[in-house]
Design a protein around this ligand. Structure first.
Ligand code: NAD
Ligand code: WQD
Length: 339
């Protein structure tokens, strides 16, 4: 059995990835402090997997807790999702973000080095490209200083793990740059469960669809795009999860630094998303135009061809799948995991 430690495995992307790992015959161990997730997800993961998936409560910033995991288990590789991810909150709490994300990753990498576990797969983000000079973005597009502390932690962790790989060449460092993950597991049992009013488009739309929120505010309709609203590369979270399995298959024990964009390669505008969602629910979703949101880039979508060529991975689910599954999750779980 190949054992994969999944930090942040109780979270949105981590929980879906754990399921795909089990399906592909891997042996994941979830490690999470529930700072942005709920224990109820664990039983649902077990239900979907049809078996118990081990869980360890802990914080990546507490070295002794990580050491205990590595002492008690032979960990073949780590998929590192654990981190804080709210852009606006990171502006208000920069030190907390650097501590949790950068310092936490530093401690995790140190424990991995000390226990001779050299396979590291990191949840990076298209945010490392900043405002793109051109689209689609390839892995060779320049990485830029981020415009918020959250984004900068991703840039810093990328550099830190690359420097470690230079110093300890046995390391296999895989940086997966996600575009915009949306959707939920088709069972409707797991999905994204944001605290409070969602910051991101898709969870906001789903809450408008079920009447929890009155109306979507579209941030800006005067951008230089086909309809004036921003363009993003939305990717179904199950496709994204499968991208991690493909990365494990390809990169495990292959020393070096491996960087992949995980996106569909298709850019949709905010209005495209509203239309797709309206179609999914069979009625018009209420929206109004609001001022631009600070820090938004005009357009951002991937050239995913490297992942296709090297990992044999490509996103397969459509925009209709994304909207259907997001809505299904929200409808079945109006209060997320609190139901
Ligand atoms: P999430 O908040 O749902 O999951 C993160 C998980 O990590 C949570 O369960 C949280 O409790 C846990 N965690 C946080 N700090 C921890 C710590 N110190 N110790 C142990 N556990 C800790 O977020 P997500 O959307 O699943 O994102 C997962 C990763 O992917 C994050 O690193 C995020 O920055 C990155 N990412 C997310 C997106 C996105 O839009 N969702 C896009 C690009 C990259
Ligand atoms: C998408 C589009 C908004 C909400 C963020 C992070 C990024 C990454 C993914 C982790 C934009 C518009 C949104 C709303 C709107 N996370 N919008 N009304 O900003 O592309 O990416 O999440 O790495 O780092 O920045 O995603 O879903 O917030 O926004 O009009 O209520 O929807 O302006 O054009 P974004 P998003």
């Amino acid at each position: 059995m190949t054992t994969i430690l999944v930090t942040g495995g109780a979270g949105y992307i981590g929980s879906h990835t754990v399921i795909e790992l089990v399906k592909a015959g891997y042996d994941p161990i979830i490690f999470d402090n529930f700072s942005n997730s709920k224990p109820a997800v664990l039983a649902r993961i077990n239900k979907i997997c049809g078996r118990h998936v081990p869980f360890i409560a802990g914080d990546i910033r507490v070295r002794e807790q990580l050491e205990a995991v590595f002492k008690e288990n032979k960990i073949d590789g780590v998929i590192h999702f654990a981190g804080l991810k709210a852009v606006g909150e990171s502006v208000k709490k920069p030190l907390e973000y650097y501590d949790n994300n950068v310092n936490g990753s530093r401690i995790l990498l140190g424990v991995m080095r000390d226990f001779n576990c050299h396979n590291f797969i990191f949840s990076s983000s298209a945010t490392v490209y900043g405002e793109p000079d051109s689209v689609p973005l390839t892995e060779n597009s320049p990485v830029k200083r981020a415009n918020c502390p959250y984004g900068q932690t991703k840039v810093d962790i990328e550099y830190m793990s690359e420097e470690l790989q230079k110093a300890v060449p046995e390391f296999s460092v895989t940086l997966l740059r996600y575009f915009n993950p949306v959707g939920a597991h088709e069972s409707g049992l797991i999905g994204e469960d944001p605290r409070g009013i969602p910051n991101n488009l898709m969870p906001y739309l789903t809450q408008v669809a079920v009447g929890k929120l009155p109306c979507l505010n579209i941030f800006g309709n005067d951008y230089p795009t086909k309809d004036g609203t921003c363009i993003r590369d939305y990717i179904h979270v199950v496709d994204l999860a499968k991208g991690h399995v493909a990365a494990i298959k390809h990169c495990l024990n292959k020393s070096g630094v491996h960087i992949y964009n995980l996106g569909t390669g298709i850019g949709y505008s905010v209005l495209d998303m509203v239309k797709a969602f309206s179609k999914a629910i069979g009625r018009e979703l209420p929206y109004k135009f609001a001022p631009r949101r600070a820090g938004d880039v005009v357009q951002c979508y991937a050239d995913p061809s490297r992942a296709k060529e090297e990992l044999g991975w490509t996103a397969e689910l459509t925009l209709d799948d994304m909207t259907r599954d997001s809505y299904n999750w929200q409808k079945n779980n109006p209060n997320g995991y609190d139901d």
